[in-house]
Write a protein that binds this ligand. Structure first.
Ligand code: NAD
Length: 390
């Protein structure tokens, strides 16, 4: 076996399962939180008996004071993290609790970063750039999902340049995450599909990444199997608690996998679509996935042939290449079954933007772990294939 060494990051404490949200007040108190800023959006804040209401009830019961920031935007912007920082300082807060999906968690992480590491977050884009600890952070997750509640990534959009960038640091990992599937029962079909496909891509990309290892492999395999058997069910009937629970397990496994084995061109390119057209992240990932992986096959055909089997395809008697192609077909079928659109045209992509987006994708931190090393022209061709798809 080849010699290898790597840092393996695990989230510290994770509460999982129906009803765990009721324990957040006690846990906040245990961490010494006296006045957290609750980072969320207006929709979630207004949900009767939703994640925010249940979080606040539990904090009140534990005697923990709080202040609410309710202006998180999808693909969170620099202005959001600055607003949270201002509220944190003006209200005398001492910690942060994010309630929502990836956008809420990344807003909370981004605010934490500029509270302790300096005001200009664009200078901190990249890997392990943070010198100082963030304020104590708890993440209550409501989508399955990005994995952001337990990852070291903070994905922020610069609203002036439309560039989405990532600050990757072990210091971003929340101290505690809550994944309570009962908070996800009313997630609408489209959002269930988009976030579920994000989790799927976050299991596929680390599986074929140059940084994969036996620990991340086992996480990816289990995540893919869970998604293959439960995403369609969660989309078909959101109140299927078993399917929701399996999707949470899958997104946590995928989050742990990519926290360590990293991602690839799907994410590097999806960040360009998200930044440029403010499109939902999971949809961007799902639309690009088959075209990026078709391009990647020659780098590691065996891994793709294994993916076909993991997805439940019968590869008996097939050549490695044909089995690998079957994996791409199965990915397209999953997207189709959960109602993802077919072409990046449908989210507003324009061919005249491909050149600049390709240049920026190759600079995105996720590009470096992709199994095949591409040129700008290769990336433009992949954008074009995802655009021409019918
Ligand atoms: P999101 O957080 O942007 O939320 C999308 C919408 O869903 C919001 O309007 C929100 O109000 C709504 N919503 C959330 N939970 C809900 C619930 N339980 N019921 C009903 N509606 C609900 O969506 P997301 O896909 O979770 O996050 C996407 C963001 O996360 C992107 O910016 C992406 O780049 C980022 N991301 C981060 C990481 C990371 O590790 N930091 C990983 C992948 C993606």
């Amino acid at each position: 076996m080849a010699e290898r060494s790597y840092d393996f990051l695990m989230p510290s404490v994770n509460f999982f399962g129906p009803g765990v949200i009721s324990r957040i007040g006690d846990r906040a108190k245990m961490l010494g939180m006296k006045k957290p800023v609750i980072v969320t959006d207006k929709f979630l804040e207004g949900l009767k008996d939703g994640a925010v209401e249940q979080t606040l009830d539990s904090l009140k019961a534990a005697g923990v004071d709080y202040v609410v920031y309710n202006n998180v935007e999808p693909n969170p912007k620099i202005r959001n993290i600055k607003e949270v920082k201002k509220l944190y300082e003006e209200s005398g807060a001492d910690s942060i609790i994010t309630v929502g999906g990836g956008s809420a968690h990344d807003t909370g992480k981004g605010a934490g970063i500029i509270l302790t590491n300096g005001d200009d977050i664009t200078k901190l884009a990249g890997i392990e750039t943070l010198d100082k600890a963030l304020p104590p952070l708890i993440a209550v997750n409501t989508t399955a999902g990005t994995g952001s509640e337990l990852t070291r990534h903070a994905v922020i959009t610069n609203e002036e340049t439309h560039l989405k960038f990532v600050v990757v640091s072990w210091r971003n990992i929340p101290l505690v995450s809550f994944n309570d599937p009962t908070l996800m029962l009313d997630v609408p079909k489209g959002l269930t599909a988009a976030t579920g496909m994000d989790a799927f891509v976050q299991a596929v990309e680390p599986y074929v990444s140059v940084d994969h290892n036996p620990i991340t492999d086992s996480q990816c395999v289990e995540a893919i199997k869970l998604i293959e058997t439960s995403l369609r069910e969660a989309v078909a009937n959101g109140h299927n608690l078993d399917a929701r629970t399996k999707m949470v397990e899958a997104e946590m496994l995928a989050g742990m996998a990519f926290n360590n084995a990293n991602l690839g061109y799907v994410h590097a390119m999806a960040h360009q679509l998200g930044g440029q057209y403010n499109a939902p992240h999971g949809v961007c990932c799902a639309l690009l996935l088959p075209y990026v992986e078709e391009y990647n096959i020659i780098a590691c055909p065996d891994r793709f042939a294994q993916l076909a089997e993991i997805m439940g395809e019968n590869t008996e008697g097939l050549s490695t290449r044909d089995a690998a192609e079957l994996a791409i077909k199965a990915m397209k079928q999953l997207s189709e079954d959960v109602g993802i659109p077919h072409s990046i045209k449908e989210i507003g992509a324009k061919p005249e933007d491909f050149e600049l987006m390709a240049e920026n994708a190759l600079k995105d931190g996720n590009a470096f772990s992709n199994p095949r090393k591409g040129t700008k022209e290769d990336i433009i061709k992949i954008f074009q294939a995802a655009y021409d798809a019918e």
